[in-house]
Design a binder for this molecule. Structure first.
Ligand code: SF4
Length: 531
């Protein structure tokens, strides 16, 4: 791949040459966690090429839309957004627009045909080419497109600009070798390719050295991790190896697939203290007949037996799921099977979706599509039951003590209520009162901060739950304890504030972006979850 500097001209460089101010960029993310992580890489490659993040509320010189093809109306949304950007660009000479992500992979040349003011289209396998494409488009005055079917470089070797100082995504695989009939992922992201465990662990160690305290291992189907290199037990081994990484406080993963979920993963979860007691296990449907039509190779009873085992082995675990309502051919009886599983599995929460056909998937052309009003009605009944069960479980937590990892962006009402927000070990969202300081005799690291104890994003806080709602918990008493972490230090350094290093903290030198090593950005609002 050419580097941007080879494409720079002496007269008008992209922001890396001479004394011209760096061109600014903004990446807008749609879709799932994969896309959130891909956006971190899109930002990373732009930073490395000399671009600078646009200050909040200021127009950017380069706007990148990282698209999702899974969601309903994704196309309409993309072209609507591009229509709006056309007028912004017309008023701002030199501005460039790029489109990346799954829709770019799917629509390719169609994007620049429908929106000729787009400068660059970059596929899911060609993220690293973005700066070159932008520069080529600028020099040639012509839209540039680069899409590849196959992955040539594992994306994690690209520079990354992380959105959080405390938590990080770590890809363990890309693509998916399953063939669920409603899903466009396999045709857009290709068959599963696994990353070597040594590379995954090296990235995790580098992240921890930079202050990260929580990682989420990311793959479309983490349970099949290792099949590519001949080790079916590789995922459980990887979880155990994460337990050996000094300074890594929390490990999560998403998502396992019920068909390939094995007891050795549960053993590893139960026996590795930094693997958190939360499990996202996509159900999709409680009807074995529908599961078969979805080409998902587990059945209702198998799913329930996994959940029983999880609750037995990990009694504190919060289990969450994905459910699709109204898959073609779903009858009222099928739907009642889904309600039955929801009632028995006791999910802590569920991402619920109304089925709508995705062009290019086998289910889109199935004959017996369910009428939209029937889908809506079932969806409402499902959401009501899911919320009822979630709330019941949350109420049972009132009075219990929880450990929270303090988040960087809080709840919508946090400012008004003077609360902060954090995630409990089981990943439940908790809004907590931050005033009052810790009780006497609590963790000595808290005392190191002196005066009124500053609770920083990335620090750990102990508090007691006082109120439950269906989708969150509230802790309105003073924190019971506060533990400063290297993540809190890294966040503080990101503000330019001096910090006395917490034991085990990162090197206090400024964090920069380098190939394959993560840098830390200011946190953006996370995108909605995907399918
Ligand atoms: S739904 Fe998940 S497991 Fe099924 S094909 Fe899509 S990504 Fe793979």
């Amino acid at each position: 791949m050419s580097t941007p500097s080879t494409l720079s001209t002496p007269t008008d460089p992209p922001g890396v040459v001479g004394s011209a101010p760096a061109r600014t960029f903004q990446v807008r993310t749609y879709g799932c966690q994969m896309n959130v992580h891909d956006s971190e890489r899109l930002s990373g490659v732009l930073l490395e090429a000399g671009y600078a993040p646009a200050p909040p509320d200021e127009p950017a010189d380069v706007v990148v839309l990282n698209t999702c093809a899974v969601r309903e109306n994704a196309d309409n949304r993309l072209y609507g957004n591009l229509g709006h950007l056309a007028s912004v660009k017309a008023a701002r000479p030199g501005m460039q627009i790029a489109v990346g992500g799954c829709l770019a992979q799917k629509d390719r040349g169609e994007i620049t045909r429908r929106a000729p003011w787009v400068d660059a289209v970059v596929g899911t396998n060609t993220i690293g080419s973005l700066p070159v494409l932008l520069e080529r488009a600028r020099v040639r005055g012509q839209a540039q497109l680069e899409i590849r079917e196959e992955l040539e470089v594992f994306p994690s070797t690209l520079p990354t600009r992380r959105e959080s100082a405390s938590t990080a995504w770590v890809s363990i695989s890309v693509g998916c070798s399953n063939t669920c009939t409603f899903c466009i992922v396999p045709s857009l992201r290709g068959v599963e390719q696994d990353r070597r465990p040594g590379d995954v662990l090296a990235e995790i160690r580098a992240l921890v050295a930079a202050g990260v305290v929580e990682v989420t291992l990311l793959g479309q189907n983490v349970n099949s991790y290792g099949i590519g290199f001949g080790d079916r037990a590789a995922f459980a081994k990887l979880l155990r190896a994460c337990g050996e990484v000094d300074g890594l406080q929390r490990v999560r993963f998403t998502s396992p697939h019920p068909a390939s979920f094995t007891t050795d993963v549960l053993d590893a979860m139960a026996q590795t203290p930094n693997v958190m007691p939360s499990l996202h296990m996509p159900l999709q449907s409680g009807s074995s007949r529908v599961l078969k039509a979805m080409r998902r190779s587990y059945r209702k009873e198998r799913y329930l037996s996994i959940i029983d085992e999880v609750h037995h082995r990990l009694p504190d675990a919060a289990v969450t799921t994905d459910i699709i309502v109204g898959f073609p051919g779903e009858t009222e009886q099928d739907f009642s099977e889904t309600l039955d599983v929801v009632g028995r599995a006791r999910f802590a929460s569920a991402y619920t979706f109304q089925y709508s056909p995705r062009p290019g998937t086998p289910a889109a052309t199935m004959a017996d599509q369910v009428p939209a009003d029937v889908v809506r009605d079932r969806y409402q009944r499902l959401v009501t039951l899911v919320d009822e069960i979630a709330w019941e479980q949350n109420r049972a937590l009132v009075g219990t003590e929880v450990e929270l990892l303090v988040g960087e962006s809080g709840g919508r009402k946090d400012d008004a209520t003077a609360r902060r927000s954090g995630r409990a070990r089981d990943n439940r969202l908790v809004h907590f009162a931050a005033g009052g300081g810790p009780r006497a005799g609590s963790d000595p690291v808290a005392i190191r901060l002196g005066g009124p104890v500053a609770i920083r994003p990335g620090d750990l806080v102990g508090t007691r739950i006082t109120t439950a709602a269906p989708h969150h918990l509230i802790a309105d008493g003073a924190p019971l304890w506060i533990r400063a972490t290297p993540a809190g230090d890294a966040w503080q350094r990101g503000l330019g504030a001096p910090v006395a290093a917490t034991p085990g903290s990162a090197d206090p030198r400024p964090v920069s972006v380098s190939l394959g090593m993560p840098g830390v950005g200011r946190r953006a609002v996370p995108a909605a979850a995907g399918h």
